[in-house]
Write a protein that binds this ligand. Structure first.
Ligand code: BGP
Length: 467
């Protein structure tokens, strides 16, 4: 029988800009995601984030559905531009009240809030200090963190710093998180985010000694495309550039020699101040959270292939190319979702084991799930058996990782209810709850329970033992 810990945090995830909507309500100031759909790079014919799932106005109903499923935890992000009004750091009390009420409602329903401090939606006012390109970015983030800890610290035990910090660096343009004005290299941006993250961790330890805080990157085991030594080398290098450099810095407090040499070889060394070195050394996380969707398969790449691939669209999971390092290729052994993401449950177990072996810190899964074109039937049902199958296999795999000795805190797949995908609209649905709207028609936003809702409810009731 599979055994999950007694107090295992079963739940699900969302992020503020993808679910809340209400971008001009409640004193919120503009964020980089508000206008993402107006950029040339945003795909045509799909909705942006202005209304999303209207969670800002329907949050009580949404929480009641989470409670009905028996959630033990709910991972959501706080929108920085809802909390802080300007570069001086003035606080928006309406924003504080919104999240304060949400947290109270969750606790009332015995749901532990798991709070992501930043999930892609940086406020526009950061441009006044030079945006993420600037060393001062971390100072603004630390001030915001202080406001969060002061206002919510007595009620929130679980904190996550920056969602998918590695995707800012690797797929930043695709997911819209990097300003068009940005001039810095992706590695400098990564470093500035690392410092911001370290500042938040350090402050959390000081202000909230009983809280737990961790990073939340997107991590995936990497396979070589063949047994050619060159492909294996590409695999090792991708392991570094996609996964380990982002966890090594927060867990070990320094960049590896391999990474420093890599940056030297491409003339993109990071500018690190003496103060930043100290901050990075002094900020160990309590646990590792990560998002897992699928694994990655990579091959060696020639310069000609790199030049040819330059204009290909890529995203968090597919078609990544890193010059001099390798390119991701199709894995012929895996099935794909309707949106082309490979499905690899066994890879989930192996990824968990790799992360555990390398860092020996308890693990929380903060995203995992399948994006699909769900269909609402005439009698208002959603028969998402493919989602149930996806979860069934991934949760079994997680149970096997636990049986192999991996210490786990919780599982919060993506997503609690339907929301707008990073760059593929509302038609790419992930939720246990269907939100009745489509790309160009906001309809009535009514919530409907999918088949997976009932399946997950039963699983939680049995603490995963019936998997
Ligand atoms: C992760 C993000 C989420 C979410 C998820 C699904 O990278 O943290 O915000 O969107 O991927 O991705 P997508 O919406 O592109 O399908």
């Amino acid at each position: 029988m599979h055994k999950f810990p007694k107090d295992f945090l079963w739940g699900a995830s969302t992020s503020a800009y993808q679910i809340e909507g209400a971008i001009n309500q409640g004193g919120k100031v503009p964020s980089i995601m508000d206008r993402f759909d107006e950029r040339d790079s945003y795909p045509k014919g799909i909705t942006g984030f202005k209304v999303a799932s209207d969670h800002y106005n329907k949050w009580r109903e949404d929480v009641s559905m989470m409670a009905e499923m028996g959630f033990k935890s709910y991972r959501f992000s706080i929108s920085w531009p809802r909390i802080i009004k300007n570069v001086k750091g003035d606080v928006n009390e309406e924003g504080i009240k919104f999240y304060s009420d949400l947290i109270d409602e969750l606790l009332k329903n015995n749901i532990q809030p798991v709070v992501t401090m930043l999930h892609f939606d940086t406020p526009d006012f950061i441009d006044e200090i030079g945006g993420i390109d600037s060393h001062d970015f971390g100072k603004l983030f630390e001030h915001y963190a202080k406001v969060l800890f002061e206002n919510f610290g007595s009620r929130v035990k679980w904190w996550l710093t920056i969602n998918e910090l590695n995707m800012f660096a690797i797929a930043g343009q695709i997911i819209g998180v990097i300003s068009e004005k940005s001039q810095a290299t992706k590695w400098q941006i990564m470093h500035n985010l690392n410092v911001a993250q370290a500042r938040a961790i350090r402050l959390c330890k000081k202000m909230l000694p009983d809280a737990k805080i961790g990073p939340a990157p997107n991590i995936a085991s990497v396979y070589p495309a063949s047994s050619k030594p060159e492909d294996y080398q590409a695999k090792l290098n991708f392991d570094q550039l996609r996964n380990w450099i982002f966890l090594d810095i927060v867990c070990f407090g320094d960049y590896s020699n391999w990474f420093k040499n890599f940056l030297k070889s491409i003339n993109q060394e990071i500018d690190i101040t003496a103060e930043e070195k100290e901050i990075l050394k002094d900020s160990k996380p309590d646990f590792i959270a990560f998002n897992y969707y699928t694994t990655m398969t990579v091959a060696n790449i020639t310069m000609e292939e790199y030049l040819e691939s330059k204009n290909q669209p890529a995203d968090q999971q597919s078609k990544l190319v890193i010059p001099g390092i390798g390119k991701s290729v199709k894995n012929e052994n895996l099935e794909k979702t309707q949106f082309g993401w490979e499905i690899d449950p066994l890879g989930f177990k192996n990824t968990l084991k790799e992360v555990w072996d390398r860092y020996k810190l308890p693990i929380m899964i903060t995203e995992n799930g399948i994006g699909a074109r769900d269909v609402l039937t005439k009698d208002n049902k959603i028969h998402d058996d493919y989602r149930i199958e996806y979860y069934q296999k991934h949760i079994s795999s997680m149970a096997n990782a636990i049986a192999d000795g991996v210490e786990m805190i919780g599982y919060m797949p993506w997503s609690a209810i339907d929301l707008v995908s990073t760059h593929e609209g509302i038609s790419k649905r992930y939720g246990f709850v269907y939100v009745n709207r489509d790309e160009d028609d906001e309809k009535d936003m009514k919530r409907y329970r999918k088949d997976s809702f009932f399946w997950y409810k039963d699983l939680i009731k049995n603490n995963g033992e019936n998997i």
